[in-house]
Design a protein around this ligand. Sequence first.
Ligand SMILES: Cc1cc2nc3c(=O)[nH]c(=O)nc-3n(C[C@H](O)[C@H](O)[C@H](O)COP(=O)(O)OP(=O)(O)OC[C@H]3O[C@@H](n4cnc5c(N)ncnc54)[C@H](O)[C@@H]3O)c2cc1C
Length: 240
Amino acid sequence: MNVITNRPFRVSENTDLAEGIFGLRLEPADGLPVFGFNPGQFVMLHLLQPDGSIWAKAAYSIASAPSESKSSIELAVKLKKDFTHRMHELKIGDEVRIQGPFGRFNFPEGTRPVVVLAGGIGITPFRSMIRNELNLGTGRKIGLVYSCKTAEAMPYLEEFRSLADSHPNFEAVLSLTGYAPEGWSGKIGRINPDTWSKLAANQDNPDYFACGSPEFVRDMAGLLEKTGVDVTLRLHKEMF
Ligand SMILES: Cc1cc2nc3c(=O)[nH]c(=O)nc-3n(C[C@H](O)[C@H](O)[C@H](O)COP(=O)(O)OP(=O)(O)OC[C@H]3O[C@@H](n4cnc5c(N)ncnc54)[C@H](O)[C@@H]3O)c2cc1C
């Protein structure tokens, strides 16, 4: 079990990852290594007032894999209201507090295949889980169905394409609900069971994972149920 800590971290990168989505890299400001965490876990990020007291906090899934997070962690954040706009204004060297890790959203032990359904910014815990699994080289079959409005608003698009090209056990179906650029090779339209039925992972009684807005996760659960999946037992969910 990972120990929950509350420590100062410093911003070492703040970059735009996609339209309306930015990435933060945070490194410990106390000189110690990053805390231990499991892929899929989240932290509470505390924004501070100029006097160092806490202004407000919110939950963010760690987007980097544990093995790639010894000296820093990565978050991917969708710009929404006050809190995320203030986060976006953070400069290199600015301090925040990070409390965590929390949560139990992770692939089951062993190598049972998984089908992962991500809506928009709901991709963040999956990036950590998928990178971790592929780094470990377990050979587990992973099918990712990832839907965003447009290709411009899809963080990690090229990364998932290249991971799929270099790992035969990982397939990615990228899907857009809005405008698709010319030559788009992925899917267009809303996700439905056809979108994932042909994935190799889906042929072997997989576990399903869904993450995104409450509406997205509810829709995915409804679709899975209609195809006969026991969602109480086989669907793992996280809602943002
Ligand atoms: C497990 C989990 C994982 C998540 N992972 C991610 C992720 O990876 N990426 C992502 O983008 N989102 C993630 N979210 C959603 C995230 O936690 C926030 O809900 C979201 O970023 C809110 O953004 P906002 O700008 O609308 O927040 P706001 O609604 O502006 O603020 C959030 C909180 O900040 C405080 N606050 C805001 N304004 C003020 C103010 N003026 N004065 C004082 N306090 C204020 C309030 O307490 C408010 O509840 C996750 C949520 C959960 C539950």
